[in-house]
Design a protein. Structure first.
Length: 95
């Protein structure tokens, strides 16, 4: 049996809800959330381009948080931010 997940459309409004910088990154990256996220916990997942999970962190409801990338090798990655209700996907380059 084949199952399908909900299709989500990214708009400028939803893209601006999460900022990840600097990009390209070296030793750490900062995740900054809009006010809408305050009071929620969320997960940050970093995947390589093969779809392998490289890093997963549970983050609290702070507006800005730093994520250590020193153990992540240089390359291109996909960053997924998950809240209880939303999912955001971004590209990240680690130098």
């Amino acid at each position: 049996m084949v199952s399908y997940s909900e299709v989500r459309v990214l708009t400028k409004e939803t893209m601006d809800m999460v900022s990840i910088y600097p990009n390209p990154a070296q030793e750490q990256v900062t995740v900054e959330l809009t006010e809408e996220f305050l009071g929620q916990n969320y997960n940050l997942e970093i995947y390589n381009l093969n779809g392998d999970l490289i890093l997963k962190e549970s983050l609290n409801d702070n507006k800005k948080q730093s994520v250590d990338l020193t153990d992540v090798v240089s390359g291109h990655y996909v960053v997924v931010i998950r809240t209880a209700e939303k999912l955001f996907t971004y590209r990240l380059i680690k130098e």
